[in-house]
Design a protein around this ligand. Structure first.
Ligand code: PPS
Length: 295
């Protein structure tokens, strides 16, 4: 219990200029010696962008659509989260020791903190990006329920911190831009949360092609169904209800909260929107990434 107390609502720790929750920052030293395998597949995202969704899709693909096999463990065990560390749970590095190849890996790290071996081994990356406004809203609610984060304060003050990159993992703008840049020189499949929502079957087909696998149309349809928000919300292997309420309190806000595009409209005031839009335009200037803000 004492250990849990040590991680609750602690200030962020800066590593190479990137703010991180304390327990994750502590893993970065050992993580630098991580040895990637060429057949690893890395799922990379800025937080709250559809990581769990794409992790479940990929595990289903790797298990040939076998639902029972995908129920073998919570997603944190099936898809080791590289920088994960929390009292009472195995770290990402510990989980990796018993993960058979070919491995699916998860990270939210910006490139400055990514273990070099992943780049050297040319590990394939599925990157998922989500529009900044919905990410900010989702992240605010996640800060409220996941007590390993500092107190989020009011929505207004959280939004200011998000815009300034003073939230765990730093700047959304830099993250989506630098992984986009990386896709020019490294095997990155760059996906958008909104596209998966619009046409999950099409996006799953893209993933299949990228990972060099094929499945019957019937199995793909089954994956679409099993990874719908409705199904994932009630699945304890992905909805994080298996975590202790000391670290993730689903009674404050569920992990599978709304799962929609455009929820930002219920949170942003007119004044916040008017402040956000020019700031966004400035931060994304010269970048050809386009996000859907509604479907
Ligand atoms: S984390 O903590 O960074 O790994 O979170 P992450 O999984 O990236 O993002 C959580 C948000 O994704 C939504 N989600 C989904 N939306 C649509 N369909 C499916 N199947 C799905 N699974 C997860 C989840 O509800 C969070 O978004 P919000 O807006 O908070 O509901």
């Amino acid at each position: 219990m004492e250990l849990v107390q040590d991680t609750v609502r602690q200030p962020l720790v800066y590593v190479k200029g990137v703010p991180l929750i304390k327990c994750f920052a502590d893993t970065l030293g050992p993580l630098q010696s991580f040895q990637a395998r060429p057949d690893d597949l890395l799922i990379s995202t800025y937080p709250k962008s559809g990581t769990t969704w794409v992790s479940e899709i990929l595990d289903m693909i790797y298990q040939g659509g076998d639902l029972e096999k995908c129920r073998r463990d919570p997603i944190l065990i099936r898809v080791p989260f590289l920088e994960f560390s929390m009292p009472g749970y195995p770290t990402g590095m510990e989980v990796l020791r018993s993960t058979p190849a070919p491995r699916l890996l998860k990270t939210h790290l910006p490139l400055a903190l990514l273990p070099q071996s992943l780049l050297d081994q040319k590990v394939k990356v599925v990157y998922v990006a989500r529009n900044a406004k919905d990410v900010a809203v989702s992240y605010y609610h996640f800060y409220r329920m996941a007590k390993v984060h500092p107190d989020p304060g009011t929505w207004d003050s959280f939004l200011e911190k998000f815009m300034a990159g003073e939230v765990s993992y730093g700047s959304w703008y830099q993250h989506v831009r630098e992984w986009w840049e990386l896709s020019r020189t490294h095997p990155v499949l760059y996906l958008f949360y909104e596209d998966i929502q619009e046409n999950p079957k099409r996006e799953i087909q893209k993933i299949l092609k990228f990972v060099g696998r094929s499945l019957s149309e019937e199995t793909v349809d089954q994956i679409v169904k099993h990874t719908s928000f409705k199904e994932m919300k009630k699945n304890p292997m992905v909805n994080y209800t298996t975590m202790s309420a000391d670290v993730m309190d689903c009674s404050v806000s569920e992990f599978m909260r709304k799962g929609i595009t455009g929820d930002w409209k219920t949170m942003f005031t007119v004044a916040q929107n008017e402040r956000f839009d020019p700031h966004y335009a400035e931060k994304m200037a010269g970048c050809d990434l386009n996000f859907s803000l509604e479907l």
